[in-house]
Design a protein around this ligand. Structure first.
Ligand SMILES: [Zn+2]
Length: 283
């Protein structure tokens, strides 16, 4: 699940490799991924890639041509934007968007799994900020988010509030577990119950863990961008293993399509939270 660090390293690697490259053609096989029709994909032909950047969990490919355009991409849970030295054959089933660039290279939006949810929009550059996907996003979670005392004011559990892209953008189900564990806060603690010192600790943990992940990727990730990023996670999905801080067995709460992992000793004052999956099975 690509979140801020994974999308940021993708933008950096692709941007460095593609800046100045001329686009030969673009193709969106099937109709699922491409959410716009004006301007048409053919408007990319002959244009030049200016760079690749990130906003929240979105990738933005800047395109310089007759009129400035942008490709806005959301990878959702299983998408990857990758750059290959060889072009895909006609039977390539995972590609949602293929952008052929000079030098026989191909930028591909690929998606793994059965659910096709990754999407791309081709927009005029001046329409980008007003696009629905970006207009309502909160401030970036990294590198310098606003003070959390001002940001996290709603009476909602931290685990849900930190992932709300309208409040703070970039964090998803993996990094939220890591950040809360680092800050030693319960996932179910309500944001309006945080004392100022806890808010500061949470903000520091956010910047530290997202920045640390990015440093890790800077040292390990190369093009074409691997299908599976080796995420440097200490607790998320590590339930049943000892807490790296205190040695207590990490516990988890299972939801329909994700899992929340935490340390009872470090985060919930020794309490093991009710696992809904387990309680449903026992009914
Ligand atoms: Zn612990």
């Amino acid at each position: 699940m690509p979140e801020l660090p994974e999308v940021e390293i993708t933008a950096r690697r692709l941007g460095a490799a593609l800046a100045g490259a001329e686009i030969e053609s673009a193709l969106a096989p099937g109709v699922n991924a491409l959410k716009t029709y004006d301007p048409p994909l053919s408007a990319l032909e002959g244009a030049t890639i200016g760079g690749v950047r990130r906003r929240g969990k979105h990738l933005i490919v800047d395109v310089e041509g007759a009129e400035p355009l942008v490709l806005l991409v959301h990878l959702m849970s299983a998408g990857r934007l990758q750059l290959f030295d060889k072009r895909a054959g006609p039977r390539n089933r995972t590609s949602r968007l293929l952008v052929r660039v000079a030098g026989d290279r191909e930028l591909r939006l690929r998606e793994f799994g059965t659910k096709q949810r990754a999407w791309v929009k081709l927009l005029r550059a001046d329409a980008l900020d007003d696009d629905d996907a970006l207009a309502a996003l909160g401030p970036e979670a990294w590198p310098d988010p606003p003070p959390f005392e001002e940001l996290l004011t709603e009476p909602r559990p931290l685990h849900s509030l930190l992932r709300d892209q309208h409040v703070l953008t970039g964090i998803g189900r993996s990094w939220v577990d890591e950040i809360l564990w680092t800050a030693q806060l319960s996932p179910f603690k309500r944001a309006d119950d945080l004392v100022p010192l806890e808010s500061q600790r949470l903000r520091e943990a956010t910047v530290e863990r997202l920045g640390g992940a990015l440093e890790h990727y800077e040292a390990t990730i190369e093009l074409p961008i691997p299908d599976k990023l080796p995420m440097p996670l200490l607790v998320h999905r590590h339930q049943g293993e000892p807490c790296p801080r205190c040695g207590t067995t990490l516990e988890a709460v299972h939801y329909e399509d994700y899992v929340m992992t935490y340390c009872p000793q470090c985060q919930t004052e020794g309490r093991v939270l009710k696992d809904r999956r387990l309680s449903r099975l026992l009914k």
